[in-house]
Ligand binder design. Structure first.
Ligand SMILES: [Zn+2]
Length: 285
């Protein structure tokens, strides 16, 4: 799974390793990987990466010709950095795209058609308009956050993973955020009151930042010896914990289906009415 925390960590580690490095080769193993069929190797090979950015679930490489190489990492995708030597733990021929930097390489696995693009700054901005704001963007105040969900009739989980509303949250963190906020994943967002919106808004920041601090929950390291990636996996409190005791209340975490997707929630402390109705009630934990 790749959601905002995982991509944030990849971004930082890839920038540390490859910013300032020149792309010396590129192999594309996946058909129609590039949007509009434009696999323009000559526009990419020879370029130096100046900066690596994350926006929604994309890594964006700023090339020195002014173009942006965009790679979308969906939930099943991953990336691995290694030397070009044959002693690989991952087989680069299974990769969707391998980008080489002299003796080093960056291989992306599990990309789908259209997950890569080479764009001008202008077309990138136009493309990114389809995505909602970054949940950790300081300009996303509580009021703006609530406005993004206005008129939505969907369930909380469905709305949280809709990247046109806010970007970068997927199936794992939507459950963790709902748990942190003590809200049911299936509750209709139109029914939330002001105090519940405040809890939800706070929970988004708390969960995503906590995950970034602990390395995210990605199952694969970025490189051999990478001990940061995945540290948050053992800290997940409801996701994939069907039948386990809730660490907050001792109730049971149950799997359910929300908007056609699996979801996990505590059957006790996330029940409607279980949350403190005012700030006078006992503080959680
Ligand atoms: Zn509980």
């Amino acid at each position: 799974m790749q959601e905002l925390p995982e991509l944030d960590i990849y971004r930082a580690m890839i920038a540390e390793r490859f910013a300032g490095a020149q792309i010396t080769g590129m192999t594309i193993h996946s058909d129609q990987l590039f949007q509009d069929g434009q696999a323009s190797e000559q526009d990419i090979v020879g370029q130096t990466i100046w900066f690596v950015e994350r926006r929604a679930q994309h890594l964006i490489f700023h090339l020195d010709n002014g173009k942006r190489l965009l790679i979308h990492l969906s939930e099943g995708a991953n990336v691995y950095s290694s030397s070009v030597s044959p002693e690989e733990t991952e087989d680069p021929s299974q990769a969707s795209i391998v980008i080489r930097f002299g003796e080093r390489q960056l291989a992306f696995y599990g990309l789908r058609a259209g997950d890569a693009a080479l764009m001008s700054v202008k077309s990138l901005e136009a493309y990114m308009k389809e995505f909602g704001p970054d949940p950790l963007d300081k300009r996303l105040t509580l009021n703006r956050f609530i406005e993004r969900f206005a008129k939505k009739r969907s369930a909380l989980k469905t709305a949280l993973i809709d990247d046109r509303i806010i970007s970068g949250i997927g199936t794992v963190y939507s459950d963790e955020i709902a748990f942190e906020a003590r809200l049911r994943p299936e509750v209709k967002v139109s029914s939330l009151n002001q105090e519940e919106w405040e809890r939800l808004y706070a929970a988004v920041g708390t969960v995503l930042r906590d995950s970034i601090t602990h390395g995210g929950a990605a199952s694969k390291p970025l490189f051999e010896g990478d001990i940061l990636t995945g540290g948050y996996a053992e800290r997940l409190r409801v996701y994939n914990r069907d039948g386990h005791a809730c660490e907050r209340c001792g109730g049971t975490v149950r799997k359910l289906t929300v908007g056609g997707r699996k979801a996990y929630a505590c059957d006790t402390c996330q029940e409607a009415g279980a949350a403190p109705s005012s700030r006078d009630n006992a503080e959680p934990n």
